[in-house]
Design a protein around this ligand. Structure first.
Ligand SMILES: Nc1ncnc2c1ncn2[C@@H]1O[C@H](COP(=O)(O)OP(=O)(O)OP(=O)(O)O)[C@@H](O)[C@H]1O
Ligand SMILES: [Mg+2]
Length: 378
C-alpha cells in the first residue's frame, strides 16, 4: 500500500530538528521528512499510502474516511516510511476552504481590520463565528502601468482601491484535523491550505505570473501566482480518477487494471497492445485531459482580461501530472508553455534517486511545501 525509500535514506536521519509535511489528499496521504543542514533542506525520508484500501476500495480512488481511519493511515505511513520526526505542517484541502481576492477601498490598516470581516460575510455562506479567517493586502506593483492600475482605470474610475487576499476555513474542519492528527501522534505547528504549500515547492523565484495546475484524484486545482501571491483560483471537479473511470469503461476493464495501465504507460504506446487498443487508450485518457486543459485555458484567458497581462508559463503538479507522455500533450493543448513540476529539486537527496524523485515528484508538491515552511520558521 505504501512505498518509501526510508531505509535507504535513513543513514541521513537527523534528530530533533527534523520536520515533516503531511498532505492528506482524497486518494492518498503523502509525507516528507526534511532536515536543515548548511542552509539546504535535506530529504530524510518520504512516502505515500493509498486510502482506497481503508474503505475497501481500489488504489487511486478517492474515499471519505473517518478521522480515526485517517489517523490509522497516517500511523501506518509513518511506520512504513520510517518517519522519526513528529513536528509537522499539515495541509487543508482547497475544496474545504475559501480563497478570494477582495477589491476594497484604499483605506488604512486599522479600517481594513473592520471592513474585511464585514466584506468576508458576502463570500462565506455560514455564520462568521464558525470560520477562521485570515487576510493579507496584496502588495502593489511598482511602476505606472501596473496591472492594478489597469484595473483601477477600467473597473473603478472612482476612488482608489486595494486588493486583499481573503482565506477562510470552517472551524469544524479544523477541529476534525485536530482530532485526527492528535490520534496519529503528530505535533502540528500549523495547518495550511494546500495551494499555499505547493507554491513553495513548485514556483522558482521570479516575478512573472505562473499558473499552477494540481491534478489530484478527485479535483483539479488551478491558480495563478504572481510575485509569490495567489491572484486567481479555480476548482474543477474533474481529476485523475475520472481518467481511470473513462479508460475502464472504454476498454471494458476493471478500475484497478485501468488505474495500473494509466500509471504505467499513460499516453505512450506500448507493444503489449494492438495499434487499435493503443489508440483507444489514448483517446480515453485525452477525453479527460482535454476537459482539464480547456478549463486551464479559460483561467489563462480570464487572468489576462482581468490584469491585462499574460501568464508566463504553466506548471503541472499533483499525482495526475505524472501521467507518462503528459508534457507533449500539454504543449499542444495549452496556450502557453508548460512544464511538469519537480518539487524534490528543492531538497537535497542522493543523486541515484534523481529519476525516481522526478517521476513521483508532482504528487509530493504539497507535502514538500509544508515541510519547507516548517524548516524555514525554525
Ligand atoms: N504515474 C501516474 N500517471 C498517471 N496518473 C497518476 C500517476 N500516479 C498517480 N496518478 C494519479 O494521480 C491521482 C492522485 O494524485 P494526488 O495524490 O495528487 O491526489 P490526491 O491528493 O489524493 O487528491 P486530491 O488532490 O484531489 O485531494 C490518482 O488519480 C492517481 O491515479
Ligand atoms: Mg492533492
Amino acid at each position: 500500500m505504501a512505498f518509501s525509500l526510508g531505509k535507504i535514506l535513513q543513514g541521513l536521519s537527523g534528530g530533533d530538528e527534523s520536520v515533516i509535511g503531511i498532505d492528506i489528499g482524497s486518494s492518498s496521504i503523502k509525507i516528507v521528512q526534511l532536515r536543515a543542514s548548511r542552509g539546504v533542506a535535506v530529504l530524510e525520508t518520504y512516502g505515500e499510502i493509498s486510502l482506497g484500501p481503508y474503505a475497501k476500495q481500489e488504489i487511486g480512488k478517492m474515499v471519505k474516511l473517518s478521522p480515526e481511519q485517517t489517523a490509522e493511515a497516517i500511523k501506518d505511513l509513518m511506520r512504513e516510511a520510517n518517519v522519526t520526526a513528529r513536528s509537522a505542517g499539515v495541509s487543508i484541502p482547497f475544496s474545504s476552504s475559501l480563497v478570494s481576492v477582495l477589491v476594497l477601498p484604499d483605506v488604512d490598516k486599522e479600517s481594513l481590520k473592520r471592513i474585511v470581516p464585514i466584506e468576508a460575510r458576502k463570500y462565506i455562506p455560514v455564520p462568521i463565528t464558525e470560520v477562521t479567517i485570515d487576510w493579507f493586502v496584496i502588495p502593489r506593483e511598482e511602476g505606472e502601468q501596473s496591472a492594478f492600475d489597469q484595473i483601477q482605470k477600467e473597473v473603478a474610475k472612482g476612488p482608489k482601491q486595494q486588493e486583499v487576499l481573503l482565506v477562510a476555513i470552517q472551524n469544524s474542519t479544523l477541529r476534525g484535523y485536530q482530532t485526527l492528527t492528535a490520534a496519529a501522534g503528530v505535533n502540528v505547528s500549523f495547518y495550511e491550505i494546500e495551494i499555499f504549500s505547493a507554491i513553495r515547492s513548485v514556483v522558482d523565484h521570479g516575478v512573472a505570473p505562473i499558473l499552477i495546475v494540481d491534478i489530484g484524484a478527485a479535483t483539479t486545482k488551478i491558480y495563478v501566482v504572481e510575485r509569490g501571491v495567489v491572484r486567481l483560483t479555480h476548482l474543477t471537479t474533474i481529476g485523475s480518477q475520472h481518467m481511470t473511470e473513462v479508460l475502464a469503461r472504454s476498454m471494458g476493464w476493471e478500475f484497478d487494471k485501468a488505474e495500473r495501465i494509466k500509471r504505467e504507460r499513460g499516453l505512450v504506446s506500448s507493444t503489449a497492445f494492438s495499434s487499435t487498443e493503443n489508440e483507444q487508450i489514448k483517446t480515453a485518457l485525452l477525453s479527460t485531459l482535454s476537459r482539464i486543459f480547456s478549463e486551464v485555458n479559460r483561467v489563462l484567458l480570464s487572468y489576462g482580461q482581468r490584469y491585462n497581462k499574460n501568464v508566463a508559463h504553466v506548471v503541472l503538479t499533483g499525482g495526475g501530472a505524472s501521467l507518462p507522455g503528459l508534457s507533449g500533450v500539454a504543449k499542444t493543448s495549452l496556450n502557453v508553455e508548460a512544464r511538469i513540476a519537480n518539487p524534490f529539486a528543492h531538497t537535497e537527496a542522493p543523486a541515484f534517486l534523481d529519476t525516481v524523485l522526478r517521476d513521483i515528484g508532482p504528487g509530493f508538491a504539497v507535502a514538500i511545501g509544508l515541510a519547507l515552511r516548517k524548516l524555514r520558521r525554525e
